[in-house]
Design a protein around this ligand. Structure first.
Ligand SMILES: Cc1cc2nc3c(=O)[nH]c(=O)nc-3n(C[C@H](O)[C@H](O)[C@H](O)COP(=O)(O)OP(=O)(O)OC[C@H]3O[C@@H](n4cnc5c(N)ncnc54)[C@H](O)[C@@H]3O)c2cc1C
Length: 386
């Protein structure tokens, strides 16, 4: 592999190496099967997730109190980067809600949800988006109405990633009764009456997502995560971690694209020699390699900031925007340098070209991140973006 090694602590290097070996041994060999069908059977995904958990690669942030270690964001980013080098890795949703639940769960919620999640026995997913409410979460229409001893949840959630195999869904809804106002987050069991899968789709033929319909789904107050109105803070925290992991996945994809491009230009001959001897090709590769190296450094910096407990919203925004845009550019260059071969459906360049588009929209679109970055720099200069 051609990418520059990162300066990271020795303990993280060991985890990174473990993830790399896992990817090489278990994911790369499945790629032709994956690309031929544009996915893996649910059973294979389940088996891989169990193997990742057994290897200590899924949920490496198991808290000490639950019998695990707590290495944090940087470690998890390194794992995501390594696994996403393989196109199969892009299909594997690692557990990304554990840290969030640890912060907000009550003792009873910890027993019921966090402990089994920490031990790989329970998976979760996050249902925030609605058909008419994406980036603007204040437009959310799903409701949680207080009816005496229980809350009744109704609404429609869209594009939920990682639902296959998830036993608990974190649902964001609006509570508007009496003193209880604002967005709240709910722990909905997959088997709770009133929750059903309404659609199963693929985004750009790559990412499997589901729509969920909630209809008078009755939950006791104990299923509320945090208090009434704490939804925006919980969502912000969830998006922060989803975005840094997404940036790391973009970097993994971009590394793979760059390697594919390098192999291609050395193999393919035109006009009397390999493409790699053409200066214009060398310049493209040099630019993409530089952008990718910067993207990886930005992820390490933002993840380290998060691990040290510092406010890192703008750093996460910078890292995600740069990583997503870099993955897109590297994938584009890779297809270009493969010529028609790179456009064949079912090949790695073509898959990565489609897949790399999603990072610019998923969780937080790049435009919103730019707003965040502008606000942060203007604040620092004593100005205002508004
Ligand atoms: C791969 C993938 C996985 C996803 N997984 C999940 C999931 O697990 N759970 C979940 O709940 N949701 C999920 N989503 C949905 C995702 O979080 C939303 O797509 C995202 O919040 C953007 O919302 P939207 O798509 O409704 O776009 P909108 O909010 O409608 O925005 C559309 C476009 O308008 C522009 N725009 C919007 N606001 C602004 C602004 N303020 N300034 C400038 N331009 C703006 C941007 O170009 C933006 O892309 C997923 C999406 C993708 C692509």
């Amino acid at each position: 592999m051609t990418s520059v090694e990162l300066q990271i602590p020795e303990s993280d290097k060991a985890l990174q190496e473990k993830a790399r070996q896992f990817m090489t041994r278990h994911l790369l060999p499945l790629e032709s099967q994956f690309l031929a069908g544009a996915s893996l059977p649910d059973d294979s995904v389940k088996t891989l997730r169990a193997m990742l958990a057994a290897a200590g690669l899924d949920r490496p942030q198991i808290p000490g109190s639950l019998g695990g270690r707590c290495p944090g964001f940087l470690s998890q980013c390194l794992v995501q980067d390594e696994l996403s080098y393989s196109v199969v890795g892009t299909e594997l949703c690692l557990e990304e809600n554990l840290q969030l639940l640890r912060q907000h769960a009550t003792v009873a919620q910890e027993e019921r949800f966090v402990r089994p999640m920490a031990h790989g026995k329970l998976h979760s997913c996050f249902a925030l988006t609605e058909p008419d409410a994406g980036s603007d979460i204040q437009s959310i229409r799903a409701t949680a109405v207080h009816c005496g001893s229980y809350y009744s949840l109704s609404g429609y959630k869209a594009y939920v990633r990682g639902l296959s195999g998830a036993g608990v869904v974190l649902v964001v809804a609006r509570t508007d009764t009496g003193d209880e106002q604002g967005l709240t987050v709910w722990l909905v069991d997959r088997n709770d009456p009133g929750l059903r899968v309404a659609a199963d789709r693929r985004l750009l033929s790559v990412e499997r997502v589901f729509d969920l319909a909630l209809s008078d789904c009755r939950l006791p107050p104990e299923r509320m995560l945090g208090g009434p109105g704490q939804g925006p803070a919980i969502v912000a925290s969830r998006l922060r971690s989803a975005e840094i992991f997404s940036a790391a996945r973009c970097n993994g994809m971009a590394r793979r694209c760059l390697d594919l491009a390098l192999q291609q230009v050395q193999r393919r001959c035109a006009f009397g020699g390999p493409l790699s001897q053409l200066q214009i090709v060398q310049h493209q590769l040099a630019e993409r390699a530089t952008e990718l190296h910067a993207a990886r450094l930005l992820v390490v910096a933002a993840a380290s900031h998060l691990d040290s407990g510092q406010q890192a919203d703008a750093q996460v925004a910078v890292a995600k925007t740069h990583a997503a845009e870099t993955a897109r550019r590297v994938a584009d260059t890779t297809v270009q340098l493969h010529g028609a071969q790179g456009c064949v459906v079912g090949t790695a360049p073509e898959f990565l070209y489609r897949s790399s588009r999603l990072g610019l929209i998923a969780n937080v679109p790049t435009e919103l991140h730019r707003v965040q970055i502008a606000e942060a720099i203007l604040d620092r200069l004593g100005g205002s973006a508004g």
